[in-house]
Design a binder for this molecule. Structure first.
Ligand code: CO8
Length: 295
């Protein structure tokens, strides 16, 4: 039986940190819309807790997150593209407004508007919407920079930019390089974004691997614990309300509004693809390819 979002995603408070942990390594932490929306409710818990100043995203297994769970995407129906001269089926427009546009925009918006310091601790690669969320984060740490990458396979899936990458990626990675990686769904290796997206930390994966018989699960758990320890040490003597003021200044209102505008343009731009059934078909093909590889 499919696990519920609250079984796949854990959280705890260790003031000043509110920690959210993705816990479905068997799918490389793929997330359905229900899961992403569940995470937004956890962001809200942190937002409303005066003892929490940092919201920390951690994960499990080999990947931080493989993005959208292809098992959660409804299958493609017969080609829904309108006949020449005919309008789109209003039921389908309604359906994909509810199933894609509202949810995707809301999820991204929740991260954009989060006022606590958002931190991603990458135990491995992040893909798709999850990678876009990493780019919204204020601080990003990587367990092993050489095994870390971000990838946005939107073009291959018949999607368009989402998660406000149209704003975040060019600013953090450069305009023309962003074009190349987004248009052709090419990976961005950890080393390429070291110092710009990925912050340095003392926790080293080589040290974590020391000791016989350690599996990935143990190593990632240890990493999650140690990075939180390092952050706790960094917070010593920091007057915590100042960090939230600094976030307001570093991410000023005009930047936030631009991100929101692009979030809105992104989902409106991709809506016709969903109404016409393009991503559904491509996600089905991806799922079938994975099943064939396994057989
Ligand atoms: N969804 C569901 N299951 C997945 C996913 C996924 N996205 N990714 C991996 N898995 C599963 C595999 O099926 C496999 O399961 P099993 O062991 O039962 O066969 C297990 O995780 C391990 O995966 P692989 O064997 O494929 O591991 P590899 O190391 O060979 O490959 C990859 C890792 C490269 C990540 C590969 O699995 C892959 O390409 N996955 C798909 C990634 C992807 O395209 N994600 C979608 C991104 S687009 C996006 O996020 C925007 C979505 C907008 C709509 C949002 C709706 C929620």
């Amino acid at each position: 039986m499919a696990r519920t979002s609250s079984q796949k995603i854990a959280y705890f408070k260790q003031a000043p940190f509110f920690v959210i942990t993705l816990n479905s390594p068997e799918t490389l932490n793929a997330l359905s819309y229900d899961d992403y929306i569940y995470i937004t409710t956890l962001l809200e818990l942190s937002e409303n807790d005066p003892e929490c100043f940092f919201t920390v995203l951690q994960s499990s297994g080999r990947f931080f997150s493989s993005g959208a769970d292809f098992n959660s995407i409804p299958p493609n129906e017969a080609s829904a593209a309108p006949a020449p001269g005919a309008g789109r089926d209003p039921d389908k427009v309604q359906m994909w407004l509810e199933n894609f546009l509202c949810k995707n925009q809301y999820i991204t918006q929740s991260f954009i508007r989060h006022s606590k310091i958002l931190i991603a601790c990458l135990n491995g690669p992040a893909i798709g919407l999850s990678a876009a969320i990493v780019l919204i984060c204020d601080l990003v740490y990587a367990m092993d920079i050489d095994k870390t990458y971000l990838q946005f396979p939107f073009s291959k899936l018949g999607l368009s930019n989402e998660g406000a990458v149209s704003w975040t990626l060019p600013r953090k990675f450069g305009r023309n390089r962003s074009f190349e990686r987004l248009l052709f769904a090419k990976r961005i290796d950890g080393r390429e974004i070291e110092g710009t997206v990925i912050n340095s930390s003392k926790v080293s994966s080589t040290d974590l691997m020391k000791g016989a018989g350690k599996n990935t699960g143990d190593v990632v758990q240890e990493y999650n614990r140690l990075i939180l320890e390092e952050l706790t040490a960094k917070c010593a003597n920091v007057y915590l309300p100042t960090v939230l003021k600094m976030k307001q200044l570093l991410r000023d209102e005009s930047a936030t509004s631009q991100m929101e505008l692009l979030n809105s343009k992104e989902v409106n731009g991709a809506l016709p693809f969903w109404i016409d059934g393009i991503p559904q078909g491509r996600f089905q093909a991806l799922k079938a390819a994975k099943a064939a590889k396994k057989a």
